[in-house]
Design a protein around this ligand. Sequence first.
Ligand code: TPP
Ligand code: MG
Length: 604
Amino acid sequence: MTNIENKSVNAIRILAADAIQKANSGHPGLPLGAAPTAYTVWAKHMKHNPANPKWENRDRFVLSGGHGSMLLYSLLHLFGYGLTIDDIKNFRQFGSLTPGHPEYGHTIGVEATTGPLGAGMAMATGMAIAEKHLESVFNKEGFPVVDHYTYVLGGDGCMMEGISYEAFSLAGTLGLSKLIVLYDSNDISIEGGTNIAFRENVQKRFEAFGFQTLRVEDGNNIDEISKAIEAAKADAERPSFIEIKTKIGAGCPAKEGKASAHGEPLGVENVAALRENLGWESQESFVVPQDVYDNYSSIAKANASYEEEWNSLMEKYFATYPEMKELWDKFYNGKDAEKLFDNEEFWNVVDKPEATRNVSGKIINIIKNVVPNMFGGAADLAPSTKTYMADKGDFSKETPDGCNMHFGVRELSMAAIGNGIYLHGGLKPYVSTFFVFSDYVKPMARLSALMKAPVTYVLTHDSIGVGEDGPTHQPIEQLAMLRAMPNFYVWRPADASETAAAWYFALTKKDAPSALVLTRQNLPQLDGSGKDALKGGYILEDSTKATPDAIIIATGSEVSLAVEAKKILAGKGVDARVVSMPCMDLFEDQSEEYKESVLGSGWP
Ligand SMILES: Cc1ncc(C[n+]2csc(CCOP(=O)(O)OP(=O)(O)O)c2C)c(N)n1
Ligand SMILES: [Mg+2]
């Protein structure tokens, strides 16, 4: 390690320690311990261009241990991603660009919102899946236009969480050789040494998943870390796992190796001792020597050339294969889904009683012909959830061009992988399971909502009509749970055209996920249903009076019952209106005027 490299690594540590001290809150242990790893990846391996953080072929980096956010913010500042030193000073302050945990869409350069441990591991797996699929769609002899790595860094917590087991079992099966997992292995988590709760051989576990396993004994040795990354990149068959032995809070004498370094400021004296121990030249907080800035900016400049090379490759590629230009635009800026609005077949797939899961299955098989980048599947339930796209192939290690994902029985990581596929860009992901198992999905659906990621959740076997499986398979509180989630659009369509509306909305909504809650049992096709459903709620059958005697609001399988109830009430002199409300969240978004026209006003 050269002197300037050493100083550049220490700059990450000092900025993290200073910011956490100023905020009097945060997690210094990870940034201090993992600074050499992060520097090695970002400065020596990653192809990224701070001047264009959205460059499609950049290497991705996900900080799965989101509590170590200051590690990422230091890198984004030093590499010139636009985070200023004032942003660093505002760490953890309300409204700042440097929130407690990294937030996608809020801070430029953050590839995924992380904080729930392990989630980043699964989202990175999703990114690597997207990369592998897109490689097979676009790459031609001599034109590796999709060709990048996905790095993910996390600690003991990320390794303990079940979601990472799920995701990496799949990653090994799929041979995601561009996925590189960096394990900040410091044997410490919040309550103390990890041996109080975690003694398994993580290396052997990854070996069993089908990963190449590597180990770096000294987490301060950037040459060794770099060698391991070289080996990871060289394996074209398997994803790689690099365990890097580090000390939590490295460099701070009183804190190094101790659980107390994990989640509290080092303390003013210890920050001073850190400076002293690292031989840091400035005693003043937030001061980074010019030669360190220069080192980072020269690396960033050199990196920009990767994108320039790629741009000229793309130019030749599009000139050689003009049809691929059209396809690329469809994948990356596609407006194909909007065309479904005028597609008669899409809006009228059946004219007899039918389960909405079956209707959805037919609709998916229309969508796949119009929207070429549909990519998704189920957690081993596609025959029941009707999510299989006929003739679109199965995505596998051997057939990466397939568009049907087999997630295996792994609902939690399926949802996170769906997020990762979306975050990568280029694909429209959907995921599916039984509605009752949305309990297994929910924490990652929450991340979709937070990240404004339009992932579609197809959740079938709604409500009490699920058959003979019994209470374990009967969703009761799930609807209320999902409806309570902000920025998450829950659809419960009543028939085929409302199911089409739900899909249309899900595919065209740019900044929120949707769930389609679908029946196993047949539902009649209603008169008067259709595109009005795109308002979330509408009058399906009105009363003859300007002010109805009653309004019956129903959703999904109960709408046809409401229509029957209206008839019975009419016989008893009650003139009722029936409102179908397939998506309460979307109805909420409508104007007050519209809402009043449906629900009336001035009710006692
Ligand atoms: C799902 C989830 N559970 C619990 C937490 C709270 N938490 C934050 S960090 C942490 C311990 C993490 O240990 P490790 O990954 O080893 O990080 P280190 O202490 O080495 O920085 C826990 C339990 C969380 N963020 N997410
Ligand atoms: Mg740890």
